[in-house]
Design a protein around this ligand. Structure first.
Ligand code: RIB
Length: 317
């Protein structure tokens, strides 16, 4: 725990049940494809990030809304099993828990169709009720699967408490400057960075231009995950490029969530920026080696072991 605060990280975000099918290819519109693997598991970016941060060693709370259905209870039970504080997960008897239908092709392409259900009913008032978890955390982490009003309120409370806030621009959208000014860290992949900044990210130069724009709007650290170009972490003029780590990947669902949870955990622990970024890259790469977002969220020991082995190799510096 940091600064005598009660939580290292409080996540404000989405909760779903993921229904995932893997098959030889994604069905084209109007066609069907027979798949070979199916899993059902708790997911959603808020749930994934909270569970990942807990598995990586942080003391975590989640602010979210699920339905009164059995799937909502399963989401909560899974988080409890990972040691996440679930006191600020609200249950809505009239709404379904969010659903994500995820299709993954053998070559790794995927598509996701979401029914937000109770996620879209998370209100500004819910966030106010959860104020103790927000003002009592060293870092608040949010994404955009819940209404913007809720995220804005989390930003206001975080600033009043003198805590830090990180935002994942996922799913992608533009954001008010009022929020960007409050962010200590903002993260996006190529598409998310482009939607936010208007800069088409195709290489290192354009990734840097997008990150500079995020910083010019007030974010302290910008992270742009630029695919084959690697991951850029920019803090002022301090530019760190993290090489893409290639493991035997089977499914990237949840890898971005893992990256966010890992860099958040490392920054709360006071790690230097480059090492925090490397920890996050290794964690995200590990997440791609297992089918399923939840199943792939790695544990701290595995990430540190792989990080150490890369530290010993000159070719991945
Ligand atoms: O980031 C992965 C997540 O996106 C999945 O778990 C799914 O629920 C969607 O929200």
């Amino acid at each position: 725990m940091t600064d005598g605060r009660q939580w290292d990280i409080t996540v404000v975000g989405g909760a779903n049940t993921d229904y995932m099918v893997r098959g030889p290819e994604l069905p084209a519109p109007g066609t069907s494809v027979v798949g070979d693997v199916f899993i059902e598991a708790p997911g959603g970016k808020g749930v994934n990030q909270a569970a990942a941060a807990a598995r990586l060693g942080s003391h975590v709370a989640l602010v979210a809304r699920v339905g009164g259905d059995a799937r909502g209870q399963a989401v909560i039970d899974g988080l409890v099993a990972d040691g996440v504080d679930t006191r600020f997960i609200y249950r809505d008897p009239d709404l379904i828990t969010g659903v994500a239908l995820i299709q993954v092709a053998h070559r790794g392409e995927k598509q996701i169709l979401i029914a937000p259900g109770a996620n879209h009913a998370l209100t500004l008032q819910d966030v106010r009720v959860a104020a103790p978890a927000i003002t009592g955390a060293a870092l608040v982490v949010a994404q955009l699967e819940v209404p913007l009003d809720a995220v804005l309120e989390a930003g206001r409370l975080t600033q009043e408490a003198g805590a830090q806030m990180a935002l994942d621009v996922s799913p992608p959208r533009t954001l008010p400057r009022e929020l960007l000014r409050r962010l200590d860290l903002v993260r996006g992949n190529t598409r998310e960075a482009e939607t936010l900044t208007g800069v088409r990210v195709t290489d290192r130069a354009s990734a840097r231009a997008a990150a500079e724009r995020m910083i010019s709007w007030g974010a302290r650290i910008a992270v742009v995950q630029a695919g084959d170009a690697g991951d850029l972490v920019l803090r002022g003029e301090d530019e760190v490029w993290l090489p893409r780590i290639l493991l035997e990947g089977v499914d990237a669902t949840g890898a971005g969530d893992t990256f966010m949870a890992a860099i958040a955990t490392a920054l709360v622990e006071g790690w230097p920026l480059e090492r925090a970024g490397r920890f996050a890259s290794v964690a995200a790469a590990l997440a791609t080696t297992v089918f399923g977002a939840r199943a792939g969220l790695p544990r701290r020991a595995a990430v540190l072991e792989l990080l150490d082995s890369f530290d010993a190799r000159a070719d991945v510096r």
